[in-house]
Design a protein around this ligand. Sequence first.
Ligand SMILES: Nc1ncnc2c1ncn2[C@@H]1O[C@H](COP(=O)(O)OP(=O)(O)O)[C@@H](O)[C@H]1O
Ligand SMILES: [Mg+2]
Length: 501
Amino acid sequence: LRLGDALGATDSLKKGMGALKSPLIREQAARISPMPALVAQIAATLSDEPPVNPRDGNVIRAGLNAEVDELRGLASGARGVIAKLEATERERTSIPSLKVRYNNIFGYYIEITKTNLERVPADYERKQTLVSAERFTTPALKELERKILTAESALKELELQIFTKLLRDLQSHAATILETARAVGEFDALMSLAKVARHRGYVRPTINTGLRIRVRDGRHPVLEAGMRAGEFVPNDLDAEPDTRQILLITGPNMAGKSTYLRQVALIAIMAQIGSFVPAAEATIGLIDRVLTRIGARDELRRGESTFMVEMSETARLLKGLSERSLLLLDEVGRGTSTFDGLAIAWAVAEYLHDQTRAKVLFATHFHELTDLARERPRVKNLSMAVREWGDEVIFLRRVIEQPASRSYGIEVARLAGLPDSIITRAREILANLEQGELDEAGMPRIARDRRGKTLAPQLGLFSPREERIVDELRALDIERMTPMDALNALARLSARLKQKK
Ligand SMILES: Nc1ncnc2c1ncn2[C@@H]1O[C@H](COP(=O)(O)OP(=O)(O)O)[C@@H](O)[C@H]1O
Ligand SMILES: [Mg+2]
């Protein structure tokens, strides 16, 4: 039926498409064959609401086949006879609750409740005993049952035959139907692209044989669709193998790096499939492939760790890059220790610069990598702009032509709700790390606290509040205090310590 509906719609579709100017669409229209005879055959053969499974009957439209109509009449006529039989048996036995019923296992039967059993006539044959009732049959009921079941199974068989013949007729037109479906599908895809282009303000990209990709005010087509108007922040792109081959994008987590990478890939692909693109302007030098290392898809079930997957994907990507390739690397080296990860990310970026001409967008949380731009001329530092506001960071979602000054991980952790004591401690550890790795005693600085004492690499003994109290205690100048002052100070500190833990 669906096929009939769809084919039935192709006639006016073909006419409409044929009236358009586009040669591509006119060519698609020419490939559409409406096949009115098949449409009519489907409509004449199938009933209006056939079952999902053609073996369930009621498939064939009434009036198509005399034998089908006759068998249906027999089957439904017999049901009327059953109802009549029920009525006469009730009268004959004087059992008003007597029922004639059907089930798949026992067929038709007369059901009599236990209380009425003494009124059962002698010609009843027992079929089945239940807790509260007995089931019987009679010669007349048996004869009826045979007629009904025969008619019904003959009917199903015949309906199935007619349906199968229809399928065979359709099959002989399969090639034409499929070609029509393909042309309609292509047109449907173009229509959808045209629709979103109009509704969402896309522009026609310029495609040329150059190597440069430029986008002004590009947007992520999917993310933007889920946002209020004006909420998505558009961004530019300028990538080109001779001067801006490797664009290193730094910025904190949540700043919008991954979104930017993906939107660039989507714009490039959309341009090349013939779509308008979500941007104010785009010029795309033909691309031969878009390669990505994105997200941390874990293949642990196949026995590979995230890091292994990341590395093997990266290895695969590095092969066969041409100057027309667009490579997106998102957070390469995240799945291992910081130094390992940074070292790998650095080496990969160097390799891409020195050995390939592919255009690369390299998003990384290692802001140390930005130093690479000093040594490699075709590496450019971009970052996602953030504004610092007291202790807070505000994401502006704007790509700017400068490296991130730092990674803001702790600020983001704070935004995400890590407890203050952890945030405070993380700031101390970060300060130590930024001073260098080891202290004078050769202890890792990461374990030192603010006062230079080396602690075990775990959280300090005291909470920040207690530490402040200890600091105050340390600052007390006992020599100069009266006993009363000293007692008061002691009482104050003790009271603060006892405040809710
Ligand atoms: N250009 C943008 N305009 C508005 N919101 C954005 C933009 N880019 C990213 N976002 C928002 O920020 C979130 C984090 O972006 P994402 O690209 O995953 O950041 P990163 O990769 O830097 O951690 C996105 O889910 C989206 O909600
Ligand atoms: Mg990301």
